[in-house]
Design a protein around this ligand. Structure first.
Ligand code: ZN
Length: 235
């Protein structure tokens, strides 16, 4: 089964998620070059075959003429090589030798492009997971603000500020999965320690402080030297 037959089977089975196709492989090839080991031997001795006079190979070196190389230069500047050796001199055919050498070179492109695609997909998956987590955090904060106690975070879910506090006295904090577009919030609101009535009237709380506007030191920064506004368990 060759690459094109495999491609047909993949399409027939509807396996169309991102993948490398034979067309992608061909598109990645900028140029292709062929020569035999005999060509190399002659060139090394300053006897280019292009001169029109191709000297016969010395006795014992005839097999050099049966070994064909294919060099594929890829669009990104990388190169791959393929070889084709021939056991019986009477079977040697230059055209067939080149085809086989090319096939062997192409076979080396598949894992390279597969690796490249996998890296790209992994980055996209990470980005998608990151965005999904950030959206989840934002919707949870929205629920808390609407009075849904079941959406409350625990202190373990939060990163606390080293020193900055809400007007109410509670430390500022943000949920661990927050995105760079997130904000610092009053921890008593995120954890629901502040009762609904509290938030509305009795105790005023600061509005959220977006990361993009406010630079607030967190308890995790080395320069905080261990300072935190995290509520400490009563000793
Ligand atoms: Zn507060």
């Amino acid at each position: 089964m060759n690459d094109h037959q495999i491609e047909q089977e993949i399409q027939a089975k509807g396996l169309t998620a991102p993948r490398i196709t034979p067309a992608d492989i061909e598109a990645a090839i900028a140029s292709e070059h062929y020569f035999t080991a005999a060509d190399g031997w002659r060139a090394q001795r300053g006897e280019p075959p292009a001169a029109g006079i191709v000297l016969p190979l010395p006795a014992g070196l005839e097999p050099l003429g049966l070994l064909t190389f294919c060099v594929l230069v890829l669009r990104n500047g990388f190169t791959v090589t393929g070889e084709s050796a021939c056991a019986s001199p009477e079977n040697f055919d230059a055209e067939v030798g080149r085809k086989i050498a090319r096939q062997n070179a192409v076979a080396k492109i598949w894992p390279l492009m597969g690796y490249e695609l996998r890296t790209k997909l992994a980055a996209q998956e990470k980005e998608a997971a990151y965005i999904a987590a950030a959206v989840k955090v934002e919707s949870r904060i929205a629920r808390i603000n609407q009075g849904d106690r079941s959406a409350a975070f625990t202190d373990d879910d939060l990163v606390y500020a080293a020193q900055s506090r809400c007007t109410c006295g509670a430390g500022l904090a943000y949920p661990k999965d927050s995105s760079p577009s997130g904000s610092w919030h009053c921890s008593d609101i995120l954890t629901y320690r502040a009762a609904t009535a509290d938030r509305a009237e009795a105790k005023p709380h600061d509005r959220p402080f977006p990361f993009s506007v406010y630079s607030i030191k967190s308890e995790n920064q080395p320069s905080a030297h261990g300072a935190t506004t995290r509520p400490q368990p009563a000793s």
